[in-house]
Design a protein around this ligand. Structure first.
Ligand SMILES: Nc1ncnc2c1ncn2[C@@H]1O[C@H](COP(=O)(O)OP(=O)(O)OP(=O)(O)O)[C@@H](O)[C@H]1O
Ligand SMILES: O=C(O)C(=O)C[C@H](O)[C@H](O)CO
Length: 335
């Protein structure tokens, strides 16, 4: 059976209930957020046997994270509970009207968290090693590399193990606040050890100093596939063999962009795992991202299986006419 394993930190997430600056908030909504566990939930929603490897504190935040993941069908046998360190926390402040780029801002309280203490020795945990050994896909991200030197060495250990038929994907997931004063060159090194690399054009500038497609491929020659996402425009996959596929993004009435990259990763990687071609996999990425873009929060529900299949199989003309709003996919053609 195909199985996927995602590794990384998930935090408790607090966000003002009303769209007001944090100091004026009277109520905070309590949820959870973590890029790699978002991917895990997305892969589980696509019908894959999916597991999450991480560490949480022995506290209510950690317990909530474990329950939420289980509720979404993600296996948690590879999660350690650390009695000596807390679960990480972040606060997401919604976009303000005065905000020129309309983005929400994030405050992290994750230094010294349970997950940031993961390291090479995590691989000695028998549940963890057996999940990794049996995985068809292992998904990692650049966020983990920035959490601590121990977390970085965990990624290096996983990426340099013999593959034995496994695929390792690496989402660059640039997070500005985590890289201040750290050497971002490690991201290029890690990416070149992976089989599939995903990066947003906006992130590429920060992480690699360029958004140019050929230059990015020159900097990352080793992965079998490099996927470059360009928000509302398109996503491009560049194969090591030289082939290139570009699929336009869907037209979406965006409510909030957070989590779209994770949903894209889940959709795209589900295609890779099911053995589909690049065009089909990129389309799956766009569809999953569109579902998330039309909701508040890190993940939106997918269309039912029948509609999903119809959208994914649509002609290029129908694809170009699709508009997504409130989680509804409309083609205007009745298709
Ligand atoms: N305005 C938009 N309209 C339509 N689709 C979009 C839009 N913005 C993002 N997407 C979808 O979300 C995917 C990921 O977006 P983006 O290029 O921002 O990646 P990212 O920077 O990795 O995301 P994240 O900030 O979540 O990590 C895109 O490939 C596309 O499918
Ligand atoms: O920013 C991070 O480190 C997170 O993992 C929190 C969010 O869930 C993430 O930004 C969405 O991708």
């Amino acid at each position: 059976m195909l199985s996927a394993v995602c590794i990384g930190e998930t935090m408790a997430m607090l966000t003002p209930v009303q769209a007001v600056p944090l100091d004026l908030a009277t109520e905070l909504h309590f949820g959870i957020g973590g890029a790699e566990s978002n991917v895990a939930m997305g892969l589980a929603a696509m019908g894959l046997d999916t597991h999450w490897i991480s560490r949480v504190g022995h506290d209510g935040f950690g317990t909530r994270i474990l329950h939420d993941l289980q509720d979404h069908g993600v296996g948690i046998s590879g999660v350690e509970v650390d009695a000596g360190r807390p679960t990480g926390l972040y606060v997401k402040v919604p976009a303000q009207d005065s905000d020129p780029d309309g983005g929400s801002s994030v405050l992290y309280y994750r230094q010294g968290s349970a997950a940031s203490a993961m390291g090479r020795e995590t691989l000695a945990n028998t549940a963890v090693s057996s999940l990794l050994e049996n995985a068809s896909l292992i998904h990692l991200s650049g966020i983990t590399a920035a959490l601590s030197p121990e977390c970085l060495s965990l990624l290096e250990a996983i990426l340099t193990e013999p593959r034995n038929g496994r695929t390792i994907s690496f989402d660059v997931n640039w997070r500005e606040a985590l890289w201040a004063g750290q050497d971002r060159a490690v991201l290029k090194r890690l990416a070149n050890l992976a089989d599939v690399v995903l990066v947003g054009k906006d992130e590429a500038e920060h992480a690699f100093g360029t958004t140019d497609e050929s230059e990015l491929r020159r900097l990352m020659p080793d992965p079998e596939v490099l996927v470059i996402k360009n928000e509302a425009i398109s996503a491009i996959s560049l194969n090591r063999s030289g082939s290139r596929e570009e699929v336009p993004a869907l037209s979406v009435a965006v409510v909030e962009p957070v989590g779209a990259g994770d949903s894209f990763a889940a959709g795209y990687l589900s295609g890779v795992l099911f053995g589909l071609g690049q065009k089909e996999s990129l389309r799956r990425g766009h569809v999953a991202a569109a579902c998330t873009l039309t909701v508040h929060g890190d993940r939106g529900p997918l269309p039912d299986a029948e509609q999903l299949a119809a959208i994914l199989d649509s002609s290029d003309d129908v694809w170009a006419a699709i508009h997504v709003e409130d989680g509804q996919f409309n083609t205007g053609t009745g298709a």
